[in-house]
Design a protein around this ligand. Structure first.
Ligand SMILES: [Zn+2]
Ligand SMILES: [Zn+2]
Ligand SMILES: [Zn+2]
Length: 277
């Protein structure tokens, strides 16, 4: 399995749009891996995870032919994960030679955002029904997409909606995609998470130096999370542990995050990073 991290920032971007804190200042000065767009990933070039406003820039930068992608998993409705208005461009009028249907999987709030965006007046005469189809998913109700077994797990995030993280399995490989979430997960969520052994674990590291009490994680939460997975036999000696979804409010530059990750057997994600596992 391969995961590519197309974007690795939290909602406000890195540097944040209107910020000149030391982290953002440094990012503008250094460039390169210190610059991050909003979080999005793609598995094996087939399963796209989340759809931020930077999706267009990700497609340009990585030469992605997104018309060939047929499965899009959405974790939750926050704008850094779901910017649905762009989906109208998969309509046959704009998306020539796109492959069959794009299936968009998400919760009830994502579903509402999807229909609010695609049923705008300008597109009523060109319904998207032949090119994009929304599928409502619920926590712990597994489904299959293009040979991938996908398990939505209830996250510890915005309580106004059913935020999801995903376990993705194929050909004996297993990925845990944990953005966005804190550690205050339900007993049912822990039970499901602990019932797999992972080859790659992608962890929320939004808050950097700060310890959180839920909603997101900081680096100390990530260490705690890995400890729990180890205790339950969910990781093996070659499991890749990635920290991702960074905010400047975490107070660490990419270079500092890399140093921390290196000391703890983890990898700090950067935009464009690919990992085969
Ligand atoms: Zn986010
Ligand atoms: Zn800043
Ligand atoms: Zn969020």
């Amino acid at each position: 399995m391969e995961i590519q991290y197309l974007g690795t920032a939290a909602a406000e971007g890195w540097p944040a749009l209107f910020c000149d804190c030391p982290i953002c200042h440094n990012a503008r000065k250094e460039g390169g891996r210190e610059l991050r767009t909003r979080t999005q990933s793609i598995v094996d070039g087939k399963i796209l995870i989340d759809f931020p406003p930077d999706t267009y820039a990700h497609a340009l930068k990585n030469s992605l032919n997104l018309g060939q992608i047929q499965h899009l998993l959405i974790t939750h409705s926050h704008m850094d994960h779901f910017f649905p208005v762009e989906l109208i461009h998969r309509h046959e009028h704009f998306g020539h030679n796109s492959k069959g249907m794009l299936y968009v999987y998400g919760n009830e709030t994502v579903e509402k955002g999807f229909y609010d965006a695609v049923l705008i007046d300008r597109f009523k005469v060109h319904p998207l029904d032949d090119s994009v189809k929304f599928i409502r998913v619920k926590p712990f109700e597994d489904f299959e997409a293009e040979g991938y077994h996908i398990v939505p797990v209830a996250a510890d995030h915005d309580k106004r909606e059913t935020c999801l993280i995903y376990i993705i399995e194929k050909d004996g490989k297993c990925l845990l995609y944990g953005h966005d979430t804190g550690l205050n997960l339900s007993a049912e969520a822990w039970e499901r998470i602990f019932s797999y052994q992972y080859d790659l674990v992608s962890m929320d590291a939004t808050m950097g130096q700060q310890k959180t009490s839920g909603y997101h994680m900081g680096l100390r939460d990530d260490v705690e999370f890995v400890g729990l997975l180890e205790e339950k036999g969910c990781i093996h000696k070659d499991t890749v542990k990635v920290i991702n979804h960074f905010s400047h409010n975490g107070g660490m530059t990419h270079r500092e995050l890399e140093r921390f990750a290196g000391e703890h057997g983890m990898i700090a994600a950067y935009d464009g990073m690919r990992i085969n596992f």
